[in-house]
Design a protein around this ligand. Structure first.
Ligand SMILES: [Zn+2]
Length: 136
């Protein structure tokens, strides 16, 4: 399903670092963190996502709103829904979704049904689970 464009090289078999990203990609990831912080400060869960087209333009961004809108308002599914409504199939397949956390099953399904391209996430669900357990 993933469209392997020039900007979508396969990830190496190790955790990625700042040096693995272009400055534009890093800015998208930093924006995800800022959106996650915005969500947290608004009383929602700390997740944010940015949808970028093949030309590197930000098409849409959103943050988690599970406490202020409804329990299914994850940014990833909202971006997938937006893309399915507003973008043609070729454009969707070339998009990259940058997101703070690995997609949950609901958002993974929406991403697949919308036929979006690559996903770049900052932390895995396993890491999140470990962090949540360490917080008590
Ligand atoms: Zn989700």
């Amino acid at each position: 399903m993933c469209n392997k464009g020039e900007h979508q090289a396969a990830a190496p078999d190790r955790p990625l670092t700042r040096e693995d990203f272009t400055s534009a990609q890093w800015q998208h990831l930093e924006r995800c963190v800022a959106l996650a912080e915005e969500a947290l400060l608004a009383g929602d869960a700390p997740f944010g996502s940015v949808l970028v087209n093949a030309q590197g333009e930000v098409l849409r961004e959103d943050r988690n709103r599970v406490n202020t809108v409804n329990k299914t308002y994850h940014p990833e599914i909202e971006l997938a829904r937006w893309a399915a409504t507003h973008l043609d199939r070729d454009t969707r397949q070339q998009c990259v979704m940058y997101t703070s956390g690995e997609h949950c099953p609901m958002c993974s399904a929406a991403h697949g049904w919308a036929e979006l391209g690559a996903i770049v996430y900052i932390h895995t669900t396993g890491q999140l689970t470990e962090w949540m357990q360490s917080f008590g």
